[in-house]
Design a protein around this ligand. Structure first.
Ligand code: PLP
Length: 374
């Protein structure tokens, strides 16, 4: 019997690697509310970003969605203000916008990078006003923060990047803020968790207060703006610290697996297209764009028949969900084309070269069959 090739196997630290950190919690007797492990995590994460021209402030959060929501709330936009967001993203991007009391305005994406770019935002702005942009580092592909800094300088419109799954690839801008997720399936896994990285101390302080019910430490505990409970516990910080210890090895293994896999896919099936993104990046997913006329759903079903799991990430797109249907800025032809033909292949560090060969062979056979069909 053939073994099932799993789509995704989270790469989490082992309990024995977490234990020394958890023992510190026993000694500290400090369990949540910005304890020493949360502070250590924020400091280590902050140091991983370029310190030029200023230090990056990292504010930990309970999860990535909460990080996005609070990052938006701390911008203090007008009530129900509109936030430009790509149609090709996880539903949580739009959820965070709505929970922050704002309105998503769904835009199209670039046909090569599959991202909402500054050029697309400028074109959208010529058609309709909006109050902020939340571009997404889709499938781990980094956003050009220098380009977004320039967009903000020109238009005055703030930008918060949803880089939930792009740890290791995504830089932080001068004015452009970035939110990450530490969900078990993301690049850096802490179980649940997230954080926002930005170069403004006051903005960081504001997010900290909003993540702690809105309690303002400076005023002796008054609440000026109602916040939420978005705090990360010491236990979660411990897992994320252990994940950071493993990161250099995990990153290197993922990088070489992705490069090998992509090269073999394209060599064997030249009709496939991959996302145009930095070749030396660290990616946790392997998405392919199937040839024109081939639908992701059909291939997914047939690969499952061969015991190969796949997922159509972000299909349907945002505007395909009843909750966000009314939010499309206009026709979104690139998003519609991509979500018809995108397919996420198995990608994880337990994947063997033989597994990769089997995935590619099966996919090649199915595409030949499809091409031969009348
Ligand atoms: C995973 C993800 C989120 C949500 O992060 P959580 O930590 O699960 O809340 C948001 N946006 C994108 C693009 C994601 O991939």
């Amino acid at each position: 019997m053939k073994n099932i090739i799993k789509l995704l196997v989270p790469e989490m630290p082992k309990v024995e690697q977490i234990l020394p950190y958890w023992q510190q919690i026993d000694e500290n007797r400090w369990y949540t509310n910005f304890g020493p492990l949360v502070c250590e995590l924020e400091e280590r994460l902050s140091r991983s970003f370029s310190r030029e021209p200023t230090k990056v402030h990292v504010v930990s959060m309970a999860n990535g969605t909460c990080a996005l929501q609070i990052a938006l709330e701390a911008l203090r936009l007008r009530k129900a203000g509109r936030v430009l967001v790509p149609g090709l993203t996880f539903v949580a991007t739009a959820t965070a916008i709505i929970r922050a009391g704002l309105t998503p305005l769904i835009s199209d994406v670039d046909p090569d990078s599959w991202l909402l770019t500054p050029a697309i935002a400028r074109a959208a702005l010529a058609e309709t006003p909006f109050d902020a942009v939340m571009p997404v580092a889709t499938y781990g592909c980094p956003q050009d923060v220098a380009g977004w800094d320039l967009f903000t300088a020109e238009t005055g419109i703030p930008v918060v990047v949803d880089a939930a799954g792009a740890w290791g690839n995504q830089q932080v801008g001068l004015t452009t803020k970035v939110a990450f997720s530490l969900h078990a399936t993301k690049a850096l896994g802490g179980g649940e968790g997230g954080f926002v990285a930005a170069r403004h101390h006051a903005y960081g302080q504001s997010m900290r207060a909003l993540s702690n019910f809105g309690i303002d430490a400076q005023s002796g505990g008054l609440v000026f703006d109602a916040g939420e409970n978005g705090k990360m516990s010491e236990y979660h910080a411990a897992v994320a610290l252990a994940a950071l210890d493993n990161w250099p090895t995990v990153a290197e293994t993922r990088r070489s697996l992705h490069q090998r896999y992509a090269a073999r896919l394209l060599a064997r099936i030249p009709a496939l297209k991959l996302q145009v993104k930095p070749a030396d990046g660290v990616y946790s997913l392997m998405l392919v764009l199937l040839p024109p006329g081939v639908r992701g759903v059909d291939i997914q079903l047939r690969l499952l028949g061969e015991d190969i799991e796949t997922r159509r990430w972000y299909c349907p797109p945002l505007h395909g969900h009843p909750a966000f249907q009314a939010c499309a800025a206009g026709p979104l032809p690139v998003v519609d084309l991509l979500t018809e033909r995108l397919l996420g292949l198995p990608f994880h560090l337990s994947l063997t070269d033989a597994d990769i060969e089997r995935v590619i062979d099966c996919l090649a056979d199915l595409l030949t069959d499809q091409a031969a069909a009348p």
